[in-house]
Design a protein around this ligand. Structure first.
Ligand SMILES: Nc1ncnc2c1ncn2[C@@H]1O[C@H](COP(=O)(O)OP(=O)(O)OP(=O)(O)O)[C@@H](O)[C@H]1O
Ligand SMILES: [Mg+2]
Length: 534
């Protein structure tokens, strides 16, 4: 087989290749010319990229190469850039060149000369070589140490395909692993679905500024993950501003708008000073709207505008203000259902759920209980400053319970955290023993009995069908259950009314407790007789 030809692709060095006047030029090191003077490097063809502007230098370099290396063919390509420091322009030009060049890897080897051209050009050449649009090795050249003797200097190649450069790729992988570990607070979780989810969260957190929606049951770790995402973005220089967090369930009534969007002095009673509002405080930072489903419809409309236009109108202001924030929303309810019920704007949901992640509850990742248990113990130890650990039997007993059918974990990490805190506190002598574990199991079992998951259902079941109960918001269910309980303990509607309206009745001129209570019950289709029978 014939020996492969060596083809160099490189820019004309407008400064270095132009050095020296007349015959003096032979005393100076000129990268493109000297590259063709090496005994151990036969350049068969030189693809010289040059702008028309440097026609004379290019012509002289061609002539000099012909003189020092008659076997080298030089082809000059017009590679004009209005601004050779403009990355997009240079990259596009080189990309086009690479796309159109008739590479023939069976007959030719390519060397991409990095020594000439602007730094931007060098970066572009590297990128195109790394991605194999330029299928060659990088070539670097430099002047010899002894300029006087006019050696052609030095040359060396870098083959990015060699395994030693895989080290670079490995570093990126390691970085990804570190990020993922940060998002998981260093806990070595084993659940495949959870790990895959965190993997994707990492990629999105580092590469995207778009809103993220975190959903999942209470205590699954949404708030914690939101904060960790912020920490990661900060660590990777993706976010200069602050982390601003608010639970939308606490934003009620008139002040909700002002809290979020700010207000100007005097815009309503009590507005004695200007207030920036949380959206503006989060400018250049990250806003975490927890329980976003609880946001009122007016606030939702304003929020959508603020996300889309990065501008909004504070309460009482004439001109809008700017804020450029990244957004994470948390929710433990299904927002699609809320949309169906007219409680959540469909357009807002579409905007905030581009990246939507549902955190599984602990019951769906039982294999992660052991690492999380150890993590919680360690957290307590750090907090208390005294050493505590499980004895072997106790740990096994707790895990068996935790991972078995009895382990309901309705409050997820909140339950686990509380359980460990209790055991650590009660442990004497630095050891959690079977005794503490048994007491804790009894306690958790009691906590998880019926009511926690579904407050009020037991009492309501005495007076309403299960279908009727399912039709009532959990919010109302708690209140109605308490009303029913009081009624059933009272002798008359009036007595129950006096107890239930104990505070407000004192402020009224005339009292109508029985009437108020009767109307309240009627809203749920209930009468005094129905509530108290049985
Ligand atoms: N991955 C985790 N590992 C260990 N502990 C965690 C993890 N995630 C959260 N926690 C802890 O569990 C508790 C509840 O977490 P968090 O507040 O993030 O839950 P949440 O999903 O936001 O709950 P809610 O819906 O009630 O707001 C916190 O004390 C938190 O420190
Ligand atoms: Mg939360």
């Amino acid at each position: 087989m014939a020996k492969k030809k060596t083809v160099v692709i490189g820019f004309l060095g407008t400064v270095l290749d132009g050095h020296g006047k007349g015959s003096k030029r032979w005393e100076r090191w000129r990268p493109s010319v000297d590259l063709c003077r090496h005994d151990d490097l036969q350049v068969d063809r030189f693809e010289l990229l040059s702008s028309q502007k440097h026609y004379r230098t290019a012509k002289r370099v061609c002539g000099d190469i012909a003189e020092v290396s008659p076997k080298t063919t030089v082809k000059v390509h017009d590679a004009h850039c209005d601004d050779p420091w403009d990355f997009v322009e240079v990259y596009s030009m080189l990309f086009e060149f690479a796309r159109n060049y008739p590479f023939d890897l069976t007959k030719e080897d390519y060397l991409i000369h990095l020594t000439t051209g602007t730094h931007v050009a060098q970066i572009c050449l590297f990128l195109l070589t790394e991605t194999r649009y330029l299928p060659g090795k990088l070539l670097q050249t430099g002047p010899g140490r002894d300029e006087g003797a006019r050696s052609p200097g030095q040359w060396s190649t870098i083959d990015l395909d060699l395994s030693k450069y895989d080290q670079l790729a490995k570093r990126f992988k390691q970085e990804h692993r570190d990020d993922v570990s940060l998002l998981k607070s260093g806990i070595q979780t084993k659940n495949g679905a959870f790990n895959a989810l965190i993997d994707e969260v990492e990629t999105v957190a580092v590469n995207s500024r778009q809103p993220i929606l975190l959903s999942g049951p209470t205590g699954a770790g949404k708030s914690q993950l939101a904060r960790q995402i912020y920490t990661l973005k900060q660590l990777r220089q993706r976010i200069p501003g602050d982390f601003v967090s608010v639970n939308c369930a606490t934003l009620r009534g008139d002040t909700a708008m002002a809290t979020l969007f700010g207000h100007v002095k005097g815009s309503f009673t009590g507005a004695t000073t200007d207030r920036p509002g949380l959206l503006r405080t989060a400018d250049k930072g990250l806003l975490f709207l927890d329980e976003v489903g609880e946001l009122g419809l007016d606030e939702q409309a304003m929020l959508l505008q603020a996300i889309e236009e990065k501008r909004f109108l504070p309460v009482g202001a004439d001109t809008s203000v700017e804020s450029d924030f990244q957004l994470i929303c948390g929710t433990n309810r299904d927002l699609r259902v809320a949309v169906g019920e007219g409680r959540f704007r469909e357009d807002l949901l579409a905007r905030i759920n581009l990246w939507s992640f549902t955190l599984p509850g602990l019951r769906d990742r039982k294999e992660d209980l052991a690492p999380n248990l150890d993590f919680e113990v360690e957290k307590n130890v750090q907090r208390r400053g005294t050493h505590v650990q499980f004895n072997k039997e106790a740990r096994a007993k707790f895990l068996k319970f935790a991972m078995g059918p009895e382990g309901k974990w309705t409050g997820n990490f909140r339950d686990l955290g509380a359980a460990v805190t209790r055991m650590v506190t009660l442990a004497t002598g630095g050891r959690i023993t079977v005794r503490e574990v048994e007491r804790e199991i009894a306690r958790l079992n009691q906590d998880w009995q019926g009511t926690k998951q579904d407050p009020g259902r037991d009492v309501l079941a005495l007076v309403l069908s299960s279908d009727a109960i399912a039709d009532i918001d959990p919010f109302d269910r708690v209140q109605l259950a308490e009303v029913v309980r009081v009624c059933r303990e009272s002798r008359s509607l009036s007595e129950a009314g006096r107890i239930l309206f104990a505070v407000s009745r004192e402020k009224r001129k005339s009292t109508n407790d029985a009437d108020r209570l009767g109307k309240y019950l009627a809203k749920f289709g209930l009468s005094w007789a129905q509530v108290t029978e049985g």
